[in-house]
Design a protein around this ligand. Structure first.
Ligand SMILES: Cc1cc2nc3c(=O)[nH]c(=O)nc-3n(C[C@H](O)[C@H](O)[C@H](O)COP(=O)(O)O)c2cc1C
Length: 289
């Protein structure tokens, strides 16, 4: 699968692209990952859902989304018109649900399917991607259900390297690393967690060095592409991930701070390549190893 550039909008921070398309021409993006889709619509968690922390953001959205059927009927045709690659991010409560979702999306016109194997803010299994066994199970079921490229998005905790190797063995085309870190905030007035489901997912610049370390390790542990995610807010951040071994990057929380940050990162990377007379990323990718 070839992207026009290595910068993708991360799931849950770009909705289905329409709001950002009013701000800039999103066809410049390498791709857009949809909000996590589930078999049935979900209302998400009660507020508060966002909690700012130093250099980071805790979220407890609870996978609010219109469900896969509404996505296919209403959102996907609009997304196809945005002029870039569409990656459907999916979340199942069981491995079998990943198979059902992949089957529904099969042949629909999405360019790839990203299995989100963790969600720190919903109760239930939530952390399939934390083990090689859980990951292998979900990827196997999804692989059997569709022919689209499968990207496997892992949590940053647990046996990440084992899970990535298992995903590769079961036929995943890429590893997206990573989702948010489980975090906690406590309201000192009440003495209770601020979020109804206790934990939230930490994202933003605070997690960048942690995510970068993961990508550095993962890109040496598997031979499929690794997509770096975590705290990327500038072209220099993105370049660090490529130097750590990433084939592409996803930009998440930074979209909330500066909606134009993704096109800025794309431009910055282009200028970097041009100024150094470099034709492809191959000479640079993983140079930090
Ligand atoms: C508000 C919010 C909602 C998110 N929803 C999803 C989701 O539905 N599916 C998913 O795989 N990741 C989701 N994520 C995780 C991001 O895609 C990304 O992996 C994470 O935020 C780390 O990247 P960042 O530091 O650039 O934000 C969400 C993140 C945020 C902040």
């Amino acid at each position: 699968m070839v992207l026009k550039n290595p910068v993708i909008a991360a799931s849950g921070t770009f909705s289905f692209g329409a709001e950002y398309a009013r701000v800039y021409d999103v066809s410049c993006l390498g791709g857009i990952c949809t909000k996590g889709l589930t078999l049935h619509p979900r209302r998400g968690n009660p507020p508060p859902r966002l909690w700012e922390t130093p250099c980071g953001l805790l979220n407890s959205i609870g996978l609010e989304n219109p469900g896969v059927e509404t996505f296919l009927r209403e959102e996907l045709p609009r997304m196809r018109d945005l002029g870039t690659v569409v990656i459907a991010n999916i979340w199942g409560e069981t491995p079998e649900e990943y198979g059902e979702l992949a089957e529904r999306l099969s042949g629909s016109g999405v360019d790839a399917i990203e299995l989100n194997l963790s969600c720190p803010n919903v109760p239930g299994i939530g952390l399939l991607g934390g083990s090689a066994k859980g990951t292998a199970w979900a990827v196997r079921v999804a692989r059997a259900a569709c022919g689209e490229p499968l990207w496997v998005k892992l949590p940053p905790e647990g046996d990440v390297l084992g899970a990535a190797r298992a995903a590769e063995k079961e036929g995943a085309e890429a590893i997206s690393a990573a989702n948010t870190f489980r975090g906690l905030a406590i309201d000192i007035a009440t003495g209770r967690p601020v979020f109804a489901n206790t934990f939230g997912g930490l994202s933003g610049p605070a997690i960048k060095p942690l995510a970068l370390r993961l990508v550095y390790e993962l890109s040496q542990a598997v031979s499929i592409p690794v997509i770096g995610i975590g705290g990327i807010a500038s072209w220099e951040d993105a370049l660090e991930f490529i130097m750590a071994g990433a084939h592409a990057v996803q930009v998440g929380t930074a979209n909330f701070i500066d909606p134009l940050c993704a096109p800025r990162i794309i431009r910055g990377l282009e200028v970097f390549l041009k100024e150094r007379g470099i034709e492809t990323w191959e000479g640079i990718r993983g140079c930090a190893h």
